[in-house]
Design a protein around this ligand. Structure first.
Ligand code: FAD
Length: 555
């Protein structure tokens, strides 16, 4: 759709509309060489044709649906018109269409169906990275459905029943027993009022209905303070059994077709994440099946959490990518003081700095996806995955709010107005760093792995050292960092600083080995060598700004 100010229909009485960018309808995969290179580098290139099809949708239909699904928030329906308790949440049709497009394109099942091909999780990372640019709220049930698989596998009879539905390419939104459906979605319930990070404080109780133990039915009595996507078909939840905190599969319907007594108390009134419903619930004797060993609930559900943490990284790098695209597009079409904004020297510095930051996050996210992918085949990758997920989740998610704010500023006032998607991205930006273990929890998790798993630190050091000799600044920073790590005094209070620097070294190492010296030299000099201020747009004048911007989003 192009505007022509000479057309009558485009004329106002007082002015003509000029100097506004055209609407951006684009192919989000074809116009993203950084993502395409990262996916190929990490072994997911064979999924290209599959991912490419989704890229076209993301920059078009899905982008429009994203606006609709967020403007029309989910509605809580506790009762039907006759006063019966129904505990349902009603979503706008746009939400269902987004879910349908995502699931039918493999957003939940692709990696599991292609698990025998190395790189399947990398290709799935690309699908999720694209998807989250159009809507992040649906990213929540999609990621939980993708991530529940390793936990479900710990209880073979539950896996046999549920995995075909979970990995199905069919989105079946009907609120009926899962056994009658062609596809199912999963949620997760850990956080209670008295504690979220410290789930050992969970109070929800589980009583066996007959014989106790793994795979057996229990009734749950208790609550969850955060329970997202409550219309999912089933949930993995933590509850206290006689033998300690255990993991349970909690379906929305009981086997006799009745609604399981999962009482939705209310929906959370959230800063952002509006297309997604997050609820508070009570379990009034809800039927659930023990999944995994009794008393090993945290270890069992952590198999799922490891993947949802990876998806927080994907979500945040995706948010930053979308904000960058919007900023570059606007600045290429908007002029001020006689020049396009994208040609103004200082704005070039801002855009180039954002592009550099975005590329580093995308590169690290894709590398972690490869580690997830290879974990089952390669113990070194499993060890690397363990620490790189904590480091990446901490740093990538932490950078999103400040990044999106800078991109908003590139649009000026238009970036603060809801008709652009920047305000929505801004509201969403803090969430990934809070859920699935907030910042400090990731740093403590890194320290725990470092203390208990020597292989994890060895894998991390090997990964950073793989670029040795490629950039002097990176080598020097890596050496300093290893000394910091070796000093075990006061490690906990220093852990944010250490994890941040580890993330930057990892990003530097990946970029150096990726082989584009324009990118890696600028990254290492500014992020590791201190040649930059705190804000974006503070790159030294020697950096080839235009090249970085053109690479990020080819004109
Ligand atoms: C929109 C939304 C949806 C959510 N959906 C779900 C869901 O579906 N299922 C679910 O189970 N949960 C969900 N959550 C909950 C989320 O995972 C928790 O809020 C999060 O894990 C933090 O727990 P908490 O809120 O109890 O904070 P707390 O555990 O009280 O932590 C508060 C702060 O203290 C820090 N902290 C904790 N321990 C330490 C320590 N030892 N040292 C230093 N700092 C520490 C934390 O890092 C955090 O910054 C959702 C949250 C949000 C916002």
């Amino acid at each position: 759709m192009s505007q022509d100010p000479t057309k009558l229909s485009e004329q106002f009485l007082t002015h003509q509309v000029t100097n506004q960018p055209p609407p951006l309808v684009y192919d989000a995969w074809a116009t993203d060489p950084v993502l395409r290179e990262a996916v190929a580098r990490e072994g997911g290139g064979w999924g290209e044709s599959h991912v490419a099809a989704y890229g076209k949708l993301v920059g078009g239909e899905l982008m429009q649906l994203g606006f609709l699904a967020n403007e029309n928030k989910p509605k809580f329906r506790p009762f039907d018109r006759y006063g019966h308790r129904i505990d349902e949440v009603e979503f706008h049709p746009a939400y269902h269409r987004i879910m349908e497009l995502a699931i039918s394109h493999g957003g939940t099942g692709f990696a599991w169906k292609n698990a025998d091909r190395p790189g399947a999780h990398v290709a799935r990372m690309a699908l999720s990275y694209l998807h989250n640019q159009a809507d992040q709220g649906t990213g929540c049930p999609l990621t939980m459905t993708y991530a529940c698989v390793p936990t479900l596998r710990q209880q073979p009879e539950l896996a046999k029943e549920w995995l075909p539905r979970v990995t199905s390419s069919v989105y079946d939104p009907r609120f009926i027993p899962a056994a009658q459906k062609h596809g199912a979605t999963f949620g997760m319930g850990m956080t209670e009022k008295q504690g979220g990070s410290d789930v050992r404080s969970n109070q929800t109780r589980a009583e066996p209905t007959g014989a106790p133990g793994p795979g057996q039915p229990y009734t749950l009595v208790g609550h969850k303070f955060f329970f997202s996507a409550p219309m999912c078909d089933a949930f993995l939840v933590l509850a206290q059994a006689k033998g300690g905190l255990s993991c349970f599969l909690l379906p929305r319907f009981t086997p006799d077709g009745e609604r399981n007594p999962i009482r939705i108390q209310r929906l959370k009134d959230k800063l952002g994440d509006w297309s997604n419903a997050s609820s508070e619930v009570e379990f009034h004797g809800a039927l659930a099946w023990m999944c995994g060993e009794e008393g090993r609930g945290v270890a069992t559900i952590l198999e799922m959490v490891a993947l949802t943490r990876q998806d927080c990284m994907i979500g945040s790098s995706s948010l930053m990518r979308q904000a960058l695209v919007q900023a570059i597009h606007h600045c290429r079409h908007r002029s001020a003081f006689g020049k396009r904004l994208a040609e103004q020297p200082l704005m070039r510095n801002v855009l180039a700095d954002l592009a550099l930051e975005s590329e580093a996050h995308t590169a690290l996210t894709a590398r972690v996806a490869r580690a997830v992918d290879a974990s089952g085949r390669d113990p070194n990758e499993a060890a690397f995955c363990r620490v790189a997920t904590a480091i990446g989740k901490y740093w990538v998610c932490k950078r999103a709010p400040v990044f999106v704010n800078e991109a908003q500023e590139c649009l000026g006032g238009a970036g603060y107005v809801e008709e652009s998607n920047l305000p929505r991205l801004y509201r969403q930006a803090p969430l990934n760093s809070i859920w699935e273990g907030s910042g400090n929890i990731q740093c403590l998790d890194f320290l725990r792995a470092a203390a208990r798993e020597p292989a994890a630190i060895a894998a991390l050091v090997a990964e950073i050292s793989a670029a040795r000799g490629g950039n002097r600044i990176l080598d020097e920073e890596a050496d300093k960092l290893m000394n910091e790590l070796a000093d075990t005094q006061t490690l906990e209070v220093r852990s944010r600083m250490i994890v941040e620097r580890l993330a930057l070294c990892l990003q530097g190492s990946i970029l150096v080995r990726a082989g584009n010296a324009v990118v890696s030299d600028a990254f290492c000099a500014t992020r590791l060598g201190g040649q930059k201020g705190q804000a974006f747009g503070t790159l030294p004048a020697t950096v080839p700004f235009q090249q970085l911007v053109d690479r990020a989003f080819p004109a």
